[in-house]
Design a protein around this ligand. Structure first.
Ligand code: ZN
Ligand code: ZN
Length: 312
């Protein structure tokens, strides 16, 4: 989980990347799903197993076991360890950490980013990615889900300050908190704060340690501490399970689904292309098969009110 800076969405968001094996490593059967009865390992330190395992078990009969690995080495949202790679790459790297720890070739992981929504900068958007990495067959399948409902509150306060209004916004103690000094050294840092007594002690210690006399209090975004984020991870896992269950119409590989959105609908009056989605392209993670699905009928033009020429 990483806090996103106030920049446009990372390239990994919104679209599905495609990972094409250089040569098909196996032919995919047509009958039973290739993951039925298999075991995949989920790299997690923060209790994501109940969010991710059930949809995959239900959709294709894949058993998912947790493997505890220190995924914090790939980045923490508190910034102690900056994330080096985009969220999708980080999720894949996490999955491979778990696979190597457990000696498995099939693995899963999730990665979240939270930050101002590029379209609505005053609202925080939480995007959660869940990946499945299959190194036997050289494929990666992933899906994501975004929400504006994830709680990500923060404030700074002196030890004497009344935090009640903030605690209500932050849904404390339903959502846990992190406290650290507001300026100067990052330490001490207290995570997983779930009671008013713990909070008061942490605020007074961190305020005393801070150069400006303030403690920084913010939502603990780790999955086990942040129920509103858990719901978004669960929704992303549902989407991943549905995608894994969908087989390529050409080779039968799992993971068929949207890989690209095509923009450009001709204006009904002048024919100028308006930047609206015209079609989605579905693709296979294992072969080159692609199919376009139109989103608007060819004869339906775009509303001239949205045309850069007719309504500049
Ligand atoms: Zn026009
Ligand atoms: Zn295929």
């Amino acid at each position: 989980m990483v806090r996103r800076p106030r920049t446009p969405r990372a390239s990994a968001s919104g679209r599905n990347a495609v990972f094409v094996a250089a040569t098909p490593l196996r032919s995919w059967g047509r009958s039973e799903h290739p993951y039925t009865g298999r075991v995949g390992v989920l790299a997690t330190k923060h209790g994501k197993l109940p969010l991710i395992a059930p949809p995959l078990a239900e959709a294709v009969g894949l058993r998912v076991d947790a493997v505890a690995v220190d995924t914090d080495s790939l980045g923490t949202f508190t910034g102690e360890v900056p994330r080096q790679a985009p969220p999708l790459d980080t999720a894949i790297a996490k999955a491979r950490l778990g696979m190597s720890a457990a000696g498995r070739t099939l693995g899963l992981a999730s990665e979240g980013s939270i930050g101002p929504d590029p379209a609505m900068p005053f609202v925080n958007a939480d995007q959660e990615i869940v990946v499945l990495v299959d190194d036997d067959n050289g494929i990666v399948v992933w899906e994501s889900h975004s929400s504006w409902d994830t709680i990500a509150a923060s404030t700074s306060a002196t030890a004497a300050e009344d935090l009640a209004p903030f605690l209500s916004t932050a849904d404390f103690p339903g959502h846990q908190l992190i406290v650290r000094p507001n300026s100067g050294e990052l330490h001490p840092i207290y995570k997983g704060i779930s009671s008013p007594d713990m909070l008061a002690a942490a605020v007074s210690e961190c305020a005393a340690a801070a150069a400006d006399g303030l403690a920084r209090v913010e939502t603990d975004m780790r999955a086990h501490a942040c129920p509103s984020r858990r719901a978004v991870i669960a929704a992303a896992a549902e989407r991943l399970a549905a995608r894994v269950a969908t087989r390529c119409p050409s080779c039968g590989a799992p993971g068929w689904g949207r890989v690209e959105v095509v923009f450009g609908v001709p204006c009904a009056w002048c024919g100028t292309e308006v930047a609206r989605p015209r079609a989605e392209i579905d693709g296979c993670p294992a072969c080159q098969c692609r199919r376009e699905r139109p989103l608007v009928s060819p004869e339906a033009g775009a509303d001239p009110g949205t045309c850069p020429c007719c309504n500049p």
